[in-house]
Design a protein around this ligand. Sequence first.
Ligand code: FAD
Length: 457
Amino acid sequence: MSMEPEFTGRVKALNNRQFNQSGKYIIYWMFHSHRANFNHSLEYAINLSNDYKKPLLVYFPITEKYKYSNARYYKFMLDGVLEAKKSIEERGIKFIIEKSDDIKRRVIEISKNASALITDKAYLKYYRKLHSDIAKKLDIPFYEVESDVCVPVEIVSQKQEVYAFNIRKKIYDLLDSYLLKLKPREPKIKSINLDFGMEEITLNNSLKILDILNIDKSVSLSPFIGGYSQAKRYLEEFIEKKLHKYKDYRSHPELDYQSNLSPYLHFGQISPLEVVFETLSKYKRDENVDSFFNELIVWRELARNFCYYNPNYNHYEGIPDWAKKTLEEHKNDKRDYVYTLEEFENAKTHDEYWNAAQLELLKTGKMHNYMRMYWCKKIIEWTQDPKHAFDIACYLNDKYELDGRDPNGYAGISWCFGTHDRPWKERKIYGKIRYISASGLESKFDIKKYVEKIKSL
Ligand code: FAD
């Protein structure tokens, strides 16, 4: 099969098996890109289905056993999956949601009757291992397709990049070749009415599916509703009403000038490529667009580079040596306050700014970017051991942020510990890692207004 330009660099064979001509179908295991639009994995799977004349099954397994499963993010995720299912079924393709507590075993099992398996690219080690374990057990080809970055991670760089400015140039040098539109393919064989012999979940309401799942229901639902159409709504509103002030106001938590796209990007409910195309088609390129792309493309893809090449991305051990050394030298510095995980989690510190940030997280599932930096820096200051501080930040981020459990989260936390940053003036507890103070918040924006905003939620 010839490779069309929009797939160049995005498709990787995880094993060297031959296409199974006697297989009954092709499977797209929807893993990260929970969308029908601008989804390279889906379109690549349709191409295979058309070329080899095999029906396509889109498969979404759902587990109760995932360590971070909770009602908040499952509800958001299911909103998106159900919307994608509807759109994909409208194209005549069968989409099965199935409960499975052993995804590895189940994917291998359903692949026995298949011709080829396609899934979305993984950046985090747990999923990369899952994919490579599955690849070894299969007798059919297994392809990973990279649809959730502008430029594929291994094409941009073959090593961990130390600073944003290093990767910025590499990405921008390649960007034009990878910013290609992706048109929806027409599936020649309609699989929608085929029986795949699976016990599928046919409920079409995310709350009803939550009811049948035995997961942690203690984390409240978020006011954000998941799905591609919501993502598009936020994107259009951002372009129309906020983008013109983004550069100046994106770091003003008392205002609302961020795009709010991170939960949608995290679950692959919208493609970053589509966000770029939509922005450029509706807004003349200026310094605000550059500032937005710097976050959406450079920092987001730097986070993927970090998690892909640094196996300790989610551990204190993964921060740079200079940062570890300086933090260790200040480990015994006296802390004015030391809090337990429970006190942090329940927003019970002495600092009303920090508590407001934690309350924003508890109530909405999305803390403002500027407050995330302050929040994590203060966890370092108010914990006796920086290694423990790293774990607390990851735990709270992964449990409550809708966009948590994402390369951005590990890179963001690690940044607070010196990753992708440089040494600064040495001070108590922090050593040479960058410091953010309460008075800094007061001088940069109206922090009291932010506190009031959170109280009124
Ligand atoms: P916008 O300002 O509208 O930015 C657009 C997009 O650019 C975002 O959706 C995001 O995908 C990307 N982006 C923005 N800022 C960053 C950044 N600093 N690094 C990488 N990509 C960025 N982001 C997450 O997606 N998940 C997390 O779990 C997460 N945890 C963080 C923890 C800490 C301690 C810090 C300092 C940052 C963290 N971030 C995380 C990065 C950033 O705070 C969020 O991406 C941003 O606030 C999301 O809001 P938005 O979509 O409205 O952002």
